[in-house]
Design a protein around this ligand. Sequence first.
Ligand code: FAD
Length: 426
Amino acid sequence: MDFDHDARTRELLGPLEAFMDEHIYPNEDRFFAESMELGPWAVWPVVEELKPLARAAGLWNLFLPDATHGAGLTNVQYAPLCEVMGRSHLAPEVFNCNAPDTGNMEVLARYGTPEQQQRWLTPLLDGEIRSAFAMTEPAVASSDATNIECSIRRDGDEYVIDGHKWYTTNATHPRCEIFIVMGKSDPDNPDRYRQQSMILVPRDTTGVEVLRPIPVFNFHGMPDRASEVRFTEVRVPAGNMLLGEGRGFEIAQGRLGPGRIHHCMRLIGLAERALEMMCRRTQSRVAFGRPIAEQGVTLERVAEARIAIDQCRLLTLKAAHMMDTVGAKEARREIAMIKIAAPNMACQVVDWAMQAFGGAGVNNDYGLAAMYATARLLRLADGPDEVHRNQLGKLEMRRHASAGPLEPRSTYVATWPTAPTVPAHG
Ligand SMILES: Cc1cc2nc3c(=O)[nH]c(=O)nc-3n(C[C@H](O)[C@H](O)[C@H](O)COP(=O)(O)OP(=O)(O)OC[C@H]3O[C@@H](n4cnc5c(N)ncnc54)[C@H](O)[C@@H]3O)c2cc1C
């Protein structure tokens, strides 16, 4: 296995890092202030100002492996670039590489009709509009997507959608113009995985109400524009159905594989930055007569963080390599592994960094609180840890199921000399 970046990645990595230095890091304070002061219902001007610069620099839509619409990079080529973007909350959207738009663009590129692509994919690829993915519902345990209750009912040339969703990221964005909604079109189908469909719902359709933004650890908008949305008798043309009735699960699988690994790539960048910050801070602060960096506990945590980040990076690259070579379905074990490992690793590393910063670790002056919120939410979003562990455990069991019960390796019994008689006490 070749661990070097290839020529295409190297060609993009230099300009990307230069862009981060020139435009992203110096604007992080402004981004944070705008997200706090303008709030989740607003466009944040700094993002819009930087997008054209990123596009002009050729750092645009790097996530999309489809060369017709995107940069045509493989997952392995994209991984180090996505990692760099993950170092800052501001970066992903500036490069048009932010969730959930990336996943929605992949769905439209893969399953959309030419008309759907022209209407929604082109402006998304141009960064002119935003999109949302509405699957999760407050009323049911949505980590099991077969529970989803939103109804999608055919009525002549239209579908009628009724449902209540939440954690619909992006819905409060003023430029969010399109929702991909998952619901049940055939609730009585005996195959629980053929009951669901996905349908395109323009946000300005009558009956779509964005009820409220939902904070993450009381951050609104950044790191996530989660929202609650109600769909009441929403009517859309029958042509808005994606791929066909009953194909919702199939699309979800296609969408979530790449989406999950992108989160992991970004988390590695986030953790890497937290570790750098921890090293720099502890070298410059003295407590009880020596730099905090020289305390055994600091060195121990720095070493553990280094190991954990590198382990996750290697596992992410392995998953990326498998997705490129044998496809997301065959790579589902690796994707599950990394989707569990990376957010937990990032939570731990950021937590150590927060501890090393003392009070400054929790007030967000250094961005650590928002970093923690990001890492922690990703133990839930795109499937909670436990669900991935369950799937991973089952896949592992299946690998060994046909081998049958395990026989004892040996029935050998050692023959010792007769035990001496132990005199009784007392
Ligand atoms: C910030 C944020 C953004 C999000 N963005 C989106 C979005 O854009 N679109 C969208 O549709 N959804 C989004 N989500 C929702 C997310 O995908 C769901 O929260 C997640 O799938 C869990 O569903 P739930 O909240 O209904 O939890 P539940 O299904 O009620 O599960 C609760 C808990 O039960 C436990 N559990 C569940 N199943 C098992 C199991 N098999 N074994 C052991 N324990 C289990 C887990 O600990 C789990 O966390 C987002 C979530 C967050 C936090």
